[in-house]
Design a protein around this ligand. Structure first.
Ligand code: SAM
Length: 429
């Protein structure tokens, strides 16, 4: 029989992994157990997701995380929704860590109405077994309640770039089957948030959609890519039912570096397809005088880059030079007017092409690059090209040292796209 742990009273004795969460402005220190730290949701991500969830009308009932790990996400939901929670975790020490972390968040954020703390529970048990969990928590006065919202962040194989859906623990189909009878289900389906790997392929995303359809036909679905910057997708989640947007398949959430600022959120996009042409194919080649801009690769991955770019001053007057990968690039004839912080976050760099350099950038040729930069009055040039990572810092260091000693006044970057022979020298000011 599963065991209930109470955040109100669970001691932290015997829990050894106690780590600061660097993303929290509150400087939370969270317990993890049995190497649970890499599995835990960063506080800033958990909090911004809970704030987004608050925008939707959830039915009455239980807020449930059926694989709650260290309890970071479930604590954030409780904080923002001001509702008690039920967490379920197979690993007993992690379940205990969840209970202690819940209390930490509750007390350090200054809530003193004890009800929410008293009514929240963590169950050590199998999060696939809805019937068993529901009968365990019946003693807490929850016997006639349905689950208002189900969160699932399954563990996935470590150290592997790709994994099958069947390798998630717990598995989505088993959780759906185990909880279906207990979920409050309205016209648009039950409120479920599946927190999945950003490495899922488009065909795996479609597999997940099919699985959802099997259990709840015609449920609303919104895929959500969350990024904390540096072009990285931190989370890919599927929001379902009343917490999804009607006919809005994709959402991009950029959490700003300053945690006190609200995230940038964009909705729209085309349905997921296996040949997921997130962006248009290259149409133009580089030439002097036009502009080249490196676009945030997480935005491009979400398939919403074109929707966003078309809201900028140049409208549709741009072309993709590099549509995929770590450094997506567009060419355009008008400059980007930088009048909002989104532009600063979503355009990695932008500049006017002033030269095309048709030889390689190596330790041997770096002096020639310096000469070209000096001809263009440049005193700092940043390499934005996929050079060998062992050599790039040396070449960058040499460019920096040599240019700093001279009298240029402009800043620039060097770009090389995969379909271009030349390096593009672009000035930013
Ligand atoms: C990725 S972690 C969840 C992290 C969590 N979102 C947080 O914020 O800390 C997934 C957890 O699922 C747990 N798990 C795996 N199979 C389970 C099952 N059948 N029932 C309950 N928990 C399970 C693992 O022990 C792991 O701690």
């Amino acid at each position: 029989m599963p065991r209930i742990i109470y955040p109100l009273s669970e001691p932290s004795t015997g829990l050894f992994e106690n780590n600061p969460d660097k993303t929290s402005i509150e400087h939370f220190k969270f317990f993890h157990a049995d190497e649970g730290k890499p599995l835990a949701t960063p506080w800033q991500v958990a909090l911004s997701r809970a704030i987004m969830l608050r925008e939707y009308q959830l039915p009455e009932g239980i807020i449930l995380d059926c694989a709650c790990g260290s309890g970071i996400q479930i604590s954030a939901y409780s904080e923002i929704l001001k509702r008690p929670i039920v967490g379920v975790e197979l690993n007993e020490n992690r379940a205990r860590a969840s209970a202690v972390n819940f209390r930490t968040v509750f007390t350090e954020r200054g809530d003193n109405s004890l009800d929410r703390l008293q009514d929240s529970i963590i169950v050590v048990g199998d999060g696939r077994n809805g019937a068993e969990i529901m009968s365990t928590i019946a003693s807490k006065g929850l016997q006639n309640q349905q689950v208002a919202f189900l969160h699932l962040d399954p563990a996935r194989p470590r150290n592997s770039r790709a994994h099958a859906l069947s390798e998630m623990a717990p598995r989505l189909d088993e959780v759906f089957a185990g909880w279906k009878p207990y979920l409050a289900t309205g016209k648009t389906g039950p409120a479920i948030l599946l927190d999945l790997s950003p490495r899922l392929s488009a065909s795996q995303m479609l597999e997940v959609e099919d699985l959802v359809e099997e259990f709840w036909p015609n449920t609303n679905k919104t895929w959500t890519w969350t990024s904390r910057g540096r072009g990285r997708v931190d989370r890919l989640a599927l929001w379902l039912g009343p917490i999804a947007e009607q006919n809005k398949i994709r959402r991009f959430v950029r959490i700003p570096p300053d945690p006190t600022r609200t995230p940038f959120i964009m909705l729209g996009g085309a349905p997921i397809t296996v040949i997921d042409e997130a962006t248009k194919e290259p149409r133009v080649t580089a030439q002097r005088g036009i502009y080249a801009s490196v676009i945030d690769s997480a935005l491009v991955e979400s398939g919403l880059a074109d929707d966003w770019l078309e809201t900028l001053s140049f409208g549709t007057d741009y072309a993709w030079a590099e549509a995929k990968g770590r450094r997506p690039v567009i060419y355009h004839s008008q400059p980007i007017v930088n009048n909002s912080s989104e532009i600063g976050n979503l355009v990695v760099t932008t500049g006017r092409i002033i030269d095309l350099i048709n030889f390689d950038l190596t330790i041997e040729t770096v002096d020639n690059f310096v000469e070209i930069c000096l001809e263009h009055d440049i005193n700092k040039v940043t390499i934005r090209a996929g050079l060998d990572p062992d050599i790039q810092p040396k070449i960058q260091g040499s460019l920096d040292r040599q240019l700093a000693r001279r009298h240029g006044s402009r800043k620039a970057f060097l770009l090389r796209n995969s379909n271009e022979e030349n390096y593009l020298l672009c000035v930013t000011n």
